[in-house]
Design a protein around this ligand. Sequence first.
Ligand code: PGA
Length: 250
Amino acid sequence: MRRPLVAGNWKMNGSLESIRGLLDGIKRGIGRVKSAEVAVCPPYVYLPETQKRLTGSEIAWGGQDLSTEMSGAYTGEVAAPMLNDFCCKYVIVGHSERRGYHAESDELVAKKFAAARAAGLMPILCVGETLEEREAGTTNAVVARQLDAVIALQEADALADGVVAYEPVWAIGTGRTATPEQAQEVHAFIRARVAESNQDVAEGLRILYGGSMKPDNAKELIGKPDIDGGLIGGASLKAEDFLGICTAAD
Ligand code: PGA
C-alpha cells in the first residue's frame, strides 16, 4: 500500500505573519487527518520559522527548488545541505514554473533530482504537458521525456527515493482541473513507464496530481488507482482548504 501524500507548494506567497498563521492553522487541524502524509513547501526564507513551528508535529516540510551544486559561487542559489540544515524532508524539482520561467531543461532537472538524493532529501519530480502539447496529442511523449531524463542519469531505482507529481501546465492555477479520468490515464502511463525499468519501484512509487486541486475535487481524483495524493498550490494557502484536501486523501 502506498501512503498518500499531500504537499502544499506555497510558491512565492505570504509574509512572515501570514505564514505563521498558516502553519499554526494546519497544525491545529492536523489531528483530523488519519492516514495521509502532509507536507508544506514554503519559500526558502520561511524555512527556519516552519521548522520552529512544525518540529514535533506530524507535518513534514521541504524546499521548492535546489541547486545542482553542493556549494560555491552560485549567487542566489540554495544547496541541498542548506535544506538539510533546516530538516527538510522533501524538495520540489522541475516545477513547470521553473522549467518555463527559468528555462530548466530535463537534464538540469535530472541533476537536481540527483543532488537532492545525494543529500538524503526526497525529491518531488514534477512532470506535465502544456495545453499545446496536449492538443497535439503529445502528452505521453512529453511526460516520458521528462521522466526518462531522470532514469537515464540515475536509473529507475533512484525513483524509489522520490515522488513524481503529474501537473498538466494548463491546469496549474487556472481553476481548470484535469478530469479524474484524464489524470488517471497519465498516472498509469507514468507507472508503466517506470515499470519497464523496475517493476517494484513502479509499484511503490507515489504519483501525485497537481493542478487546481481543491477540497471538492480531491476525493474523486485521489480515488483513482494510480493517484496517490496531491501537490497543491492555491488551495494550500488556506489552512481549511488544505486540510480538506488532506482528509480527502485519507
Ligand atoms: P495549483 O498549483 O494548485 O494552484 O493549480 C499546483 C502547483 O503548481 O503545484
